[in-house]
Structure formats: structure tokens, C-alpha cells
Design a protein. Structure first.
Length: 205
């Protein structure tokens, strides 16, 4: 089974997908950041777009998906599709998919995002207030020191990312709603409750 995770940045998509070990998480954001870290000319272009809170073009995002989902696995598409065109392209590539919308109030996002820290090695996500690492600035999972604060996790870039979600992202939600394959979960509750609701609504063990 392949799933699409939709929702505002910071609504918990990445955190939940990392806990679902029966699935392989494909995050276009993570893949783009990898290209950015390589320092290539393309990576530098990507960095400008990501840091400003904009979107890379649909073809580039799709290419990443095509290249990284060739195996016959259960994938979670996290952060893709972000536009209606991407949603249509994904249907062509993988057929009809169930989309999970992480419903989280916009007003609470800023606090989540400005306190978010990521492990640069394994991608584990922390929140300095709600779910800090056991040892300060150190990843619980892989012990890497030096958690990072994403450059696009600032109030300015976030406000652009939210606007994009409210225009483009809403069209994607409608796309799956019309197809009858949209599941909405309340992402504004404790993580174990989000997970329980997710599993119940998707009939997962
Ligand atoms: P994320 O880690 O999902 O929040 O993505 C970080 C940034 O990567 C986004 O703000 C965009 O600049 C870029 N990005 C990620 N996924 C896509 C996509 N499917 N289409 C276009 N840009 C993307």
C-alpha cells in the first residue's frame, strides 16, 4: 500500500512517517536537502528556493519520486504532491492512492516550527519544548551531535510556505477528496493518539 501524507509544514507528517516502520518514507524535502548538501550547481539553486520558502518545479520533484520509488515497497509520500499537477503525475505513476490529511490548526504552527530541530544524520525530528532530545543537542537515535534548525523554519519562510499550502495544497486535498480516497486525522493531539487514530482509520495493525 502506498500513502500520501498531506498537511501544513509542522503538522507532524514527518514524525509519524518515521514511526511507521512497515513503510518506506519518501520525503522530497529530505531528498532536495541532500542535493543541496552535495554543493552541486543544482544544489545551490535548490538551496535558494528552499530557504526562501518557495517550491521547486514539478518536473524536478517528480524526477526525485521516480528515481527513489523503483522498488516494490510500501511507500509514504511525505511532502509530495504539493501541487495539483504533481498529484495528477503521481496518479499516472502509481495509480490511485490513499491520502492522509494531518489536520492541525495554523495558529499553533509557528511555535512548533521555530522550536523544531532535526538530526543532520538520520533526520530524526525534535521539538525543544514538546519532545527534546535526552541529551542537549544530541540525537537520541544515532548520537550525532549538533542538531540543526532548518533555514526555512523561520517565521518569514514559514509564512510563505503556509500561503503556498493554503493555495496549492488545498487543491491537492480537493483532488483526493473528489476521488474519495482522503482520510483526515486530528493531528492536534498527543503523538500516540495521532498514531492510534491513523491506524484505526486506515485499518492498520
Ligand atoms: P519539507 O521538508 O517537506 O518541508 O520541504 C522543504 C522544502 O523543499 C519545501 O518548502 C520546498 O521548497 C521543497 N519541496 C519539498 N517537496 C517539494 C515538492 N513536492 N514540490 C516542490 N518543492 C518541494
Amino acid at each position: 500500500m502506498n500513502l500520501v501524507f498531506l498537511g501544513f509544514p509542522g503538522s507532524g507528517k514527518g514524525t509519524v512517517s518515521k514511526l511507521l516502520t512497515d513503510f518506506t518514507q519518501i520525503s522530497t524535502g529530505d531528498l532536495l536537502r541532500k542535493e543541496q548538501e552535495s554543493g552541486s550547481a543544482l544544489g545551490q539553486e535548490i538551496a535558494k528556493i528552499i530557504d526562501g520558502g518557495g517550491l521547486v518545479n514539478d518536473q524536478m520533484a517528480l524526477k526525485l519520486i521516480e528515481e527513489n520509488t523503483k522498488e516494490n515497497l510500501n511507500y509514504i509520500f511525505d511532502g509530495f504532491p504539493r501541487t495539483l499537477v504533481q498529484a495528477q503525475m503521481l496518479t499516472e505513476l502509481k495509480g490511485d492512492l490513499t491520502a492522509v490529511f494531518f489536520d492541525f490548526p495554523k495558529e499553533k504552527l509557528i511555535e512548533r516550527i521555530v522550536n523544531r530541530r532535526n538530526c543532520p544524520s538520520c533526520g530524526q525530528i525534535y521539538n525543544l519544548v514538546l519532545s527534546p532530545p535526552k541529551e542537549s543537542n544530541t540525537c537520541d537515535h544515532c548520537q550525532t551531535k549538533g542538531l540543526i534548525h532548518r533555514k526555512d523554519d523561520t517565521e518569514e519562510a514559514l509564512s510563505k510556505r503556509l500561503k503556498i499550502f493554503e493555495t496549492e495544497g488545498k487543491k491537492v486535498i480537493e483532488y483526493y477528496l473528489l476521488k474519495g480516497t482522503l482520510v483526515t486525522i486530528n493531528a492536534d493531539q498527543e503523538l500516540d493518539k495521532v498514531l492510534a487514530e491513523f491506524k484505526r482509520k486506515l485499518n492498520l495493525p
